[in-house]
Ligand binder design. Structure first.
Ligand code: IMP
Ligand code: MG
Length: 186
């Protein structure tokens, strides 16, 4: 499967280093919080959230985790509608919430989720994403924690998929042109 990857953009080691840096900043910002909740957006954020959570532990930052399952993409473009496949079941009141995303592209998913979360009355709400294609933004989203700003490239690995393939890669790369055809769904 790795032969389908044209180029590695971020190695596993580089990702770990950046995630540790993010964890240091977050643990400092939330040092007075006793109710920090990270909400990972599935499926893409599963690896990032797992590593961020462990890095936060090493920084002495206690927190809870939860997940929400959302989808909008087919092939490399958004379908335009957000589907909540599984919601969190806990109340957000009195909680310092950080939504954890793998990547923000046009911002459609996060714009929708931030509005939804605000209606649930958290004590505070911020967004953390490993990748941001900031130049592609069509929907406004305020993102406090960003791992990497990237250009308009379709990337895979470390949770990010192309039609559900490649999530399990421990690094992030770009697909070869032949792999686009091979794994495209009609
Ligand atoms: P947005 O709603 O346009 O911001 O898109 C966000 C979602 O699109 C992410 O949660 C990903 O699931 C998906 N996505 C956007 N860009 C990429 C990419 O380069 N690789 C894989 N998935 C992507
Ligand atoms: Mg996806």
């Amino acid at each position: 499967m790795d032969s389908d990857v044209e180029r590695v953009l971020f190695t596993s080691e580089q990702l770990q280093t950046r995630i540790n840096e993010l964890a240091k900043v977050i643990s400092e910002d939330y040092k007075h919080s006793n109710n920090l909740l990270l909400v990972g957006i599935l499926k893409g954020s599963y690896m990032f959230l797992a590593d961020l959570s462990r890095a936060l532990h090493l920084c002495g930052c206690p927190h809870f985790i939860d997940f929400m399952s959302v989808s909008s993409y087919q092939n490399t473009s958004s379908t335009g509608s957000i589907k909540i496949k599984a919601d969190i079941s806990q109340s957000l009141s009195n909680k310092d919430v950080i939504i954890v995303e793998d990547i923000i592209d046009e911002g459609r998913t996060l714009h929708y989720l931030v509005d939804l979360f605000k209606t649930r009355g958290p004590k505070s709400l911020q967004v953390c994403t490993l990748f941001s294609k900031t130049s592609m933004r069509k929907f406004e989203v305020t993102v406090k924690y960003i791992g990497y700003e990237i250009e308009n490239l379709f990337i895979i690995g470390f949770g990010l998929d192309f039609n559900e393939y490649f999530r399990n890669l421990p690094y992030v790369g770009i697909l070869s042109t032949s792999a686009f055809d091979k794994y495209s769904s009609s």
